[in-house]
Write a protein that binds this ligand. Sequence first.
Ligand SMILES: Cc1ncc(COP(=O)(O)O)c(C=O)c1O
Length: 474
Amino acid sequence: MGFRQARYDEPFIRDYHSGSTFFSRHEDLPDWLPKELRRETVPIPDVSEYDVIKHFTRLSQMNFSVDTGLYPLGSCTMKFNPKYADKIAAIPEFSELHPQTDEPMMQGSLQIMYELQEMLKAISHMDEVSLQPLAGAQGEFTGIRIIKKFFENAGKADVRDEILIPDSAHGTNPASAAMGGFKTVEIPSNENGTVDVDALKAAISERTAAFMITNPNTLGIFEGRIEEIARIIHDAGAFLYYDGANFNAILGKTAPGKMGFDITHFNLHKTFATPHGGGGPGAGPVGVRGELKEYLPSPIVRLRDGNYVLDYSMKHSIGKIAGFYGNFGVLLRAWAYIKRNGSDGLKEVSESAVLNTNYLTKRIAGTYEVPNGGVKKHEVAVSSEKTGRRALDIAKYLLDMGFHSPTIYFPLTVHEALMIEVTESASKAEIDAYVDAMINAASEPIENLKQMPKNTSVGRVDEVKAARDLKLKW
Ligand SMILES: Cc1ncc(COP(=O)(O)O)c(C=O)c1O
């Protein structure tokens, strides 16, 4: 298999750039416009609509997307965004809603947000949910700010200044804790790939404000001792924080509230199939239990006397974390996805995600090392070490075969890691094609791998230069 993408240097694109014409509108400018702001020429290309359409369609084909092919980016959970949700989000009464519309005029939209809060509460077993945060990482930051404010109010902010985080955690966890003003303490994993509970007990002290953990973890392994961990953390007077990025492994099976967590964020763009964007714009609602309800960012949507209202009255609220009421377009899509699936459907989502991962793991295990063995949940991290090929080179091979590469070199606990998450969206045929490509990559001559990718719009980039010499605009 192989496919060809449009190249930037093809004749149409070259001509488009060199053939630009310039025209002057200088004499049309009004007298009041200051001279220094006037331009003699405006470089607008003189091309037909048909040429513009071809140009932008070609550009769009140079990219890879969830609608183009398998995107098995472990931990980032890139899955199909169903088109019914896009259609609902495009209804003008929603898409043209002004954020300052009066509450009586936006009852339908408030009802959607209220229902989403209620559904997320039921799914997570949390007591209250705020839809404010705009991404998973912002949800983490929100949770961390809540913990900080709680200990400030208790007069213990100076003492409770550490957040414990497992070594398999996503990088945003320690980043959010540090941004929230905490020191981070790394907890090692044991040989099973789960939290070393003895190391956790040794690290915990009166300084501990929280333990931040995702379950199943980034190796796709369920932390079976989570209830014991919850007891240890609570006995020490600290909070247990649930990174909800891997929620698609447990929907309808268990819930953070049942496991003993106090705070959780949801990555709506991962779990409920809303668009991911490049680091956003997504939505990362936060749920809490018990007394932490009063600390949530405002507003919360409430139903009072048959009317939906925005409530800003939480006694200790950390304030606003995003403009207005969050990322409504994304919230709307998540609401549609949950409603359409229902509780049985969501359970099936998790079952399919876990089944797909284990099918892939079983097929790949002869060629790649699968650390920690056992049954995986929603994702698996394999090592390419025994193939004698680097994870980076395998990833480039996969690009040439028309797949997006998996996440590589993460988690840090696996050497030459390829972290694969096909999600519930992939069909058996697609998983088989992907596994075949991974197996073929393991016997492809290394000198060939080093030349790849050849079929993509951009060939192999200098990874070091790309990381060290950042050019984020031109
Ligand atoms: C385990 C885990 N936690 C947190 C995050 C951060 O989520 P977001 O991308 O929504 O900011 C990710 C993102 O990839 C993740 O995989």
